[in-house]
Design a protein around this ligand. Structure first.
Ligand code: SF4
Length: 660
């Protein structure tokens, strides 16, 4: 089917107000060319181009013709819902045929029938679940998919961990539930899909897991691609807590837990001794960690040098268990008809792989041989009653992972987003992030008239953010003025929780408009409340800078309090900066500035979501004027929108914004 005739003839018949747009047709044709051939495309398409239909159409055509699946990866669930419930049904009308579209979720989203049976037999649901369990059982008897988010009742996170699938604790084909396992039934559907929708986390786990999670595919469209490299990094991250290790050891053996693996094996003395010894070593290890790393109550602290710790005693105790497990595992088989034997065989296998992971983690923390790994500590999670620091590691060579492991496995990769280039038209930052330069680039401007629809307000005479107290006083005055100007209907975007809390306290006392904070409500609840409340003001941090789509008069003003530079002491960034300095590369120009530009563009993009939206974007950071990089950052914003500095002129212009 010819794309041109679809856009020019079919779509206007199906979609009443549809008018063919050159930018949409250009994007769609380019994607079709890539899917039919091969290569890597970076396609920046401003809001309103109609990006999702531009790629779904050629993806569906390609799949229907070739019989192979095209994968679409997104960052947000909101976009997945739009694709599944709005765009694909429309596509079916356009093509006049059924498109098989499926959404794949990560393993832990599915109920594991085997684990549920164990929990049910032992009645070990956790105290919080006692009053809820009938509800849950009723849902379980009806669900076709076993997807936990479809359960509307309450379930504690501990309960979910007892009944959902774990990749390394699954019997697979050896499970007697295999033929009706929720997860594997879903996987069968994924294989048959024309379009398989995944999120970036699952895609990254698929890459990290040697491409074994999703069915085979070699054509992929990555939408909301600007955050993909960072998400890949996070998926390769290890996060270890005392509580996690302690639970692993207790799962294997504790006197109270009659269902522990070792007790199922008849409590062999050498294993009981080895487990007891490991528990003691763990306590010693964490007391060494506390004394070597000190107290960290506020954020991430990079661990730059090898640690002495317990000189490897804990690793030795784990290695002893691993060896005993390997020895014992010859006696048990996952293929056995006997359920107990199956459970023991799987438990041994899981234990071996998890303990090997822990041995590697701590050995590297003591020796620091791998230059690609960054280690850091985070404060204990007091809500989870953790007493000790959380330890984390993450690779810094994400670009190599994408360029050398992921892209070569694919025939066609389309990275698309409203924000890929920074400054405008310059794709170098993103190319560095994916480590790949042999790309085709396409840049399509938004069809919205930002000059007419939006005002940019950047007042002068604000204190530099380095003088935090004065700066917060100054911006508070402007925030209050701007909220009154648009009668609420405002997003105030912060780069730190601390500033948000301070401004929140003051606004609570001095503003008449309903103030909703992401920190008090959580992101989902805060957005919901904002949409339900007239004239509301939402104070948000990270997630509200991007991916939120509110059209119409509900959002008339976006206030960017501070330029969104990533904290340079953030461990992964700090390490990258150091490595760049060693190579005489200007890390600020190469990484920090373009990244801030992308986020600024995302923040600006919250305001104008349709042809009829109007409003004000304000930037309350004087560095736009006082620092040389200010001009570069302004260049990332929509062309032709000039900053206004005078509040009286702003008031006048705001009152004269078109009523479209
Ligand atoms: S196949 Fe795996 S996920 Fe499915 S029920 Fe069995 S153990 Fe659980």
């Amino acid at each position: 089917m010819n794309l041109n005739s679809i856009f020019h003839e079919t779509m206007p018949k199906i979609w009443e107000d549809y008018e063919p747009r050159e930018s949409q047709i250009t994007l769609s044709s380019k994607i079709q060319e890539l899917l039919q051939g091969s290569g890597v495309l970076l396609a920046e398409a401003g809001t309103g181009v109609g990006k999702s239909l531009s790629y779904l159409l050629p993806a569906a055509l390609y799949s229907l013709e070739s019989g192979s699946t095209v994968v679409v990866s997104t960052e947000t669930k909101a976009l997945q819902d739009q694709l599944l419930f709005k765009d694909i049904p429309l596509l079916e009308k356009i093509l006049n045929q059924k498109i098989k579209a499926e959404r794949a979720l990560g393993a832990s989203n599915y109920i594991c029938k085997r684990k549920w049976k164990i929990a049910e037999d032992t009645g070990n649901f956790g105290t919080e679940m006692i009053s809820q369990i009938d509800n849950f059982q009723e849902w379980l008897s009806e669900t076709q998919t076993g997807i936990k988010t479809e359960y509307n009742g309450y379930a504690s996170s501990e309960f979910w961990s007892k009944v959902t699938r774990e990749a390394d604790n699954c019997l697979g084909k050896s499970c007697k539930n295999f033929s009706h396992s929720y997860y594997f039934l879903e996987k069968e559907k994924w294989k048959k899909a024309n379009i398989l929708i995944v999120n970036h986390y699952l895609l990254a786990s698929h890459i990290a897991g040697d491409f074994r999670i999703l069915p085979n595919f070699d054509k992929i469209i990555i939408d909301e691609a600007h955050n993909f490299p960072e998400i890949v990094g996070r998926s390769f991250r290890s996060e270890i807590t005392y509580d996690y290790i302690s639970k692993q050891l207790s799962f294997l053996y504790s006197k109270e837990n009659k269902q522990s693996l070792i007790q199922k094996m008849g409590s062999p003395e050498n294993l009981v001794d080895a487990l007891d010894e490991a528990k003691e070593s763990l306590i010693k290890l964490y007391s060494r960690i506390s004394s070597e790393l000190g107290l960290n109550l506020y954020g991430s602290v990079r661990i730059k040098k090898p640690l002495l710790l317990d000189k490897g005693d804990f690793e030795i105790s784990l290695a002893r268990i691993v060896n005993l497990f390997i020895d014992k595992s010859t006696k048990y088989s996952k293929e056995s008809e006997n359920n107990l034997e199956k459970e023991i065989a799987l438990g041994l296998e899981t234990g071996i792989s998890r303990f090997r992971g822990l041995i590697d983690f701590f050995a590297e923390l003591r020796n620091r041989k791998n230059e690609n790994l960054v280690y850091w500590s985070e404060p204990p999670n007091f809500k989870e009653k953790d007493k000790f620091l959380k330890l984390c590691s993450e690779p810094i060579n994400v670009d190599e992972i994408i360029a050398e492991i992921f892209i070569p496995k694919m025939e066609s990769v389309i990275f698309t987003s409203a924000t890929i280039s920074s400054p405008k038209g310059d794709f170098n930052y993103f190319e560095d992030q994916i480590g790949f330069k042999q790309v085709e680039r396409l840049e399509l401007d938004s069809p919205f008239n930002f000059q007419k629809q939006s005002l940019l307000f950047i007042p002068k005479n604000i204190e530099d953010p380095s003088n935090e107290e004065r700066y917060l006083e100054d911006i508070f005055v402007w925030i209050k003025f701007l909220i009154e100007l648009t009668e609420g209907n405002t997003f105030v975007l912060f780069t730190s929780n601390k500033s948000l809390k301070k401004i929140h306290e003051k606004l609570d006392k001095e503003s008449n408009y309903p103030i909703i904070s992401q920190l008090s409500q959580g992101a989902i609840q805060a957005k919901q409340l904002y949409l339900e409340t007239d004239h509301a003001v939402l104070l948000g941090v990270s997630s509200f800078w991007q991916g939120i789509d509110i059209k119409g008069d509900r959002l008339k003003s976006v206030i960017i309090t501070k330029l969104p530079f990533q904290v340079p002491s953030e461990p992964v960034l700090e390490t990258k900066i150091e490595k760049m300095k060693e190579k005489n590369i200007n890390a600020f120009a190469k990484v920090q500035l373009p990244r801030a530009g992308l986020l600024l563009k995302q923040g600006y993009g919250r305001l104008i979501r349709s042809i009829s939206d109007t409003g004000i974007v304000s930037i309350l950071d004087p560095r736009i004027y006082t620092k040389s990089y200010g001009k570069t950052l302004l260049q990332t914003l929509p062309k032709g929108v000039l900053p206004e500095t005078d509040p009286r002129v702003l008031l006048d212009k705001y009152n004269n914004l078109p009523k479209i």
